[in-house]
Design a protein around this ligand. Sequence first.
Ligand code: AMP
Ligand code: GLY
Length: 428
Amino acid sequence: MNIVLIGSGGREHALAWKIAQSPLVGTLYCATGNGGIADCSTCVDLDVTDHPAVIRFCRDHDVNLVVVGPEAPLVAGIADDLEAAGIKVFGPGKLAAQLEGSKGFTKDICAKYNIPTAAYGRFSDVASAKTYVREQGAPIVVKADGLAAGKGVIIAETIKEAHDAIDMMFDGAFGDAGVEVVIEEFMEGEEASFFALADGHTTLPLATAQDHKAVGEGDTGPNTGGMGAYSPAPVMTDALVKRVMAEIIQPTAQAMVDIGCPYKGVFFAGLMITKDGPKLIEYNCRFGDPECQVLMMRMESDIVPLLMAVATGSLGDHSISWSDDAALTVVMAANGYPGSYEKGSTIRGLDTASQHQNVQVFHAGTKQHSDTIAAIGGRVLNVTALGENVTDAQERAYSAIDNIDWPDGFFRRDIGWRAVAREKNSKD
Ligand code: AMP
Ligand code: GLY
C-alpha cells in the first residue's frame, strides 16, 4: 500500500523509519519531510494547509492511508476532509482534536466522567478569575485555554504571580488561545507520558515515556518542546498502566463516543503520579516529540497494520509487542533555542554516529544541501539508542553524540538522570 506521512520533525522521522520497515508498504511519501526523512521516504513539497491539494495528491498516487504527525493539521480538520473524500487517515477529526486544542473542553469531560485530574475553574473575565485564585490560594496553575506552543501554562507560587498571569493572558499574550483561562489546583508528584491507540471505540495501550522539558541541565531554564526522553517510564508500573487505561483512557474514549466525535488516533496523556494515584494533566492528540522516537525504537510489531486498524475501526484484533530494552533520545538543538537561533550551519559526523550499534539519529530541523546536512530549525537532531536499561541506552546515545561535529548546537548531558539514579539505587 502507499502511505502519506504529514510532518517534518524528529517524530515524523521516527515514524517514517518504522513505517518504511513494513513489508506492506509500497511507497511512503512524506509531506514535507526533512534531511533525514529523505533517506527512508519520498519527500514531497505539498502544502498541508491546502486540504484539496492533499486529497488530489492522494488520488493521483493511489494513497491508501494518511498518517498525521503534528497537531496543527488535525485541529485544522485535515482528518475530516480526508475521510469525507474516502481516504483513510490516522489522526482524530477537528472536534475530537479539541482534547488538545481546548483545555477547558478536556477538563469538562474529566468532570463529567469522573476522570482524575486537578480541580479547576474556567474563566472568560479577569475579575472572576482573580476571585477564584484568592479563594483557592497558591501555589496554583494558570493556563491559556487554546494552543500556545507549550508556553501557555504558568505555575504561580503566589497569588500575585497568578494575578499577573491572568492579566497577561487576558491582555492577549497568547492571542486567541488566552480569551479563556483555565485555573487549576497545583498537583505534586512525578510526571509521565502515557500513549494509547484508539479506533473510535476500542483502545489499546502503547507504552510510557518521560520527557525533559526544561532547556538546561538539572531541569533548569525555560521550557522547550522537549530536550530528551526515555521509555519505559520506571514510575509507571503494570498496575498503574491498568489504572490509567481504566480510569483515564477508556472513559475518555467513551466520552468522545457519547458526544458524537469518536476519537481515532493516539491519545498522548500527560500524567502526574500523585500520592492518590495517576491524574491527567493534559491530552495531546498526536505522538509526543521526542517521546515518539523512543517508542518507535522499542516497538517490535509492524506499525502499519496498527495504523490501518485505527483508521478502519478494527483495533480489537490487534496486540503490540515491545522490546524489554530501554530507549533514550538526546535532542541536539541550535544555540539560542528556545529563543532565537541562526539557521544554515553545517553538521558533520552523522554517518559515523549512525554506525554505533543500536543507535538511530533521527533528524528534526535539517535539510540536505548537496552532500552536507544543514541545521534549519530549533530542535535539529535526536540521537536515540536502545540499551539493556536506561543507563546503557544513555551511554550509547552520548557516545554516538561524541562523533557529531556541530559547533552551532548544544544538548543536555543529563537526559535520563531520574531513571539512571533509580537504576543505581536498585543495584546498591
Ligand atoms: P501542559 O502544557 O498542560 O502539559 O503543562 C506544562 C507543564 O506544566 C506540565 O508538564 C507540568 O509540569 C506543569 N503542570 C501543568 N498543570 C499542572 C498542575 N495542575 N499541577 C502541577 N503541574 C502542572
Ligand atoms: N514532548 C512534548 C510534546 O510533544 O508535547
